[in-house]
Design a protein around this ligand. Sequence first.
Ligand code: IMP
Ligand code: MG
Length: 172
Amino acid sequence: MKVLIQEAQILQAVQRIASEIRNYHGQPIVLVGILKGAFVFLADLARYLEERKVDFTIDFLAISSYGDRTETSGEVKILKDLDEDITGKQVIIVEDIIDTGLSLAYIISVLDARKPASIAVAVLLDKPERRLVEVPVAYRGFKIPDEFVVGYGLDLAGKYRGLRDVRIYERE
Ligand code: IMP
Ligand code: MG
């Protein structure tokens, strides 16, 4: 598999994102990691934020994925909900990749109904070519071409999440 983004480049981007995140009006930040793919990005982001003395807590949300990634009418549902109440809090959704945007659009609508002070999205990877719904992305690591990628939390059928870099998966 061909390396698309090297470990050092990823860490640099995560550090940059951490430097862009701050507490507004003293509101506590809740980082909402989307399971499972975001766990590596979230782990690095949280450690850079701690270094910068940003005040945050971490929570997780799991949603069902579309069985077939090309299906656009797919039902999404919450498999694991947040533990924390996000009312009045500054929510930052932390996601590995945005593709069609359907998952994030759904997540935003669910969380928005709980009246947080604000919601922002942080994604490591963005495939803008495949977007079907508009999603505001406040913090982005990289725009990438329309290729299937694995590593740094991203999987193919549950595998490759532990790779330190991001690679293009090519079927042979
Ligand atoms: P969206 O709803 O189409 O934006 O889908 C986003 C979700 O699809 C991500 O959270 C990933 O789980 C998955 N996904 C999209 N593209 C890739 C990829 O290239 N590699 C691994 N997972 C992907
Ligand atoms: Mg995902």
